[in-house]
Design a protein around this ligand. Structure first.
Ligand code: SF4
Length: 242
């Protein structure tokens, strides 16, 4: 059987223009006053909604306002962040990261990918959130589950590993668009290009998106009800995460 032709990737400039028109104010949805608060909020946002994190952090930062205070916190820390889930692991990450900030960086959140990525519990995604939104100098596009899924469906990356997806996006998109692209793709992924039931009909990218890995029934004009996306690679991954 002849090999299937490779789908044409969605044109990045046009995708960004449409996303900018749809989400002109796309911005970080984690409330923060500085890099320390954003780092903490991003660690807490793992497997948790931003709204829940934003509900927890005012009291957290009132009680433990500095890296030194958080590094030395007792069980109160676990209590303050309990409702964000996985609170024992998150408390470990927060204490470890804050201790390293105090001992190795004079109590100030470092401004480089290398130093941020070396903090306990801080991966490239979290580091890029802080670098891009608190310091205005991202080292790459923030790749979470939404951005990874969108990158594959748009034909921008064939990778599943977030760091490989990030490399593909960094090569494809202009540096000046990295922060916006992360925010806008997350919003579009949450609202329209969802994991299980992408709403291709009516999607603002419909006619320029190759819809890689999207089940034919989820594409417009397929003539039958959208089948569960469980047969697509993305849905299979989502199923494994549950
Ligand atoms: S909803 Fe469909 S058309 Fe829109 S970006 Fe996702 S896969 Fe592409």
């Amino acid at each position: 059987m002849p090999a299937r032709p490779k789908p044409k990737p969605a044109p990045a400039p046009e995708v960004l223009a449409r996303l900018r028109a749809a989400f002109p104010g796309a911005d970080c949805s984690l409330d923060h006053a500085d890099a320390f608060q954003l780092l903490v909020s991003t660690i807490l946002s793992a497997q948790c909604t931003d709204a829940r994190v934003n509900a927890v952090t005012p009291a957290l930062f009132r009680r433990l306002p500095t890296p030194a205070a958080m590094a030395a916190a007792g069980p109160e820390l676990e209590e303050l962040i309990r409702s964000t889930g996985f609170f024992n692991a998150k408390a470990r990450s927060l204490r470890g990261a804050c201790r390293a900030i105090v001992e190795e960086h004079g109590g100030t959140v470092p401004r480089t990918m290398e130093a941020l990525n070396a903090l306990p519990g801080v991966g490239r995604k979290t580091a890029n959130v802080v670098l891009g939104n608190a310091f205005g100098s991202p080292d790459g596009v923030v790749v979470d589950t939404h951005v990874g899924r969108l990158a594959r469906r748009l034909g921008w990356s064939g990778a599943t590993d977030p760091e490989k997806v990030e490399r593909d996006l960094n090569a494809l998109l202009p540096h000046a668009e990295w922060v916006f692209a992360g925010h806008a793709l997350i919003l579009h992924g949450r609202r329209t290009c969802t994991s299980r039931a992408p709403r291709c009909s009516g999607c603002l990218l419909e006619e320029i998106c190759p819809k890689v890995g999207v089940a034919p029934a989820a594409k417009p004009g397929a003539g039958r009800r959208a089948a569960p996306e469980a047969r697509t690679p993305d849905a299979a991954r989502a199923g494994r995460r549950r």
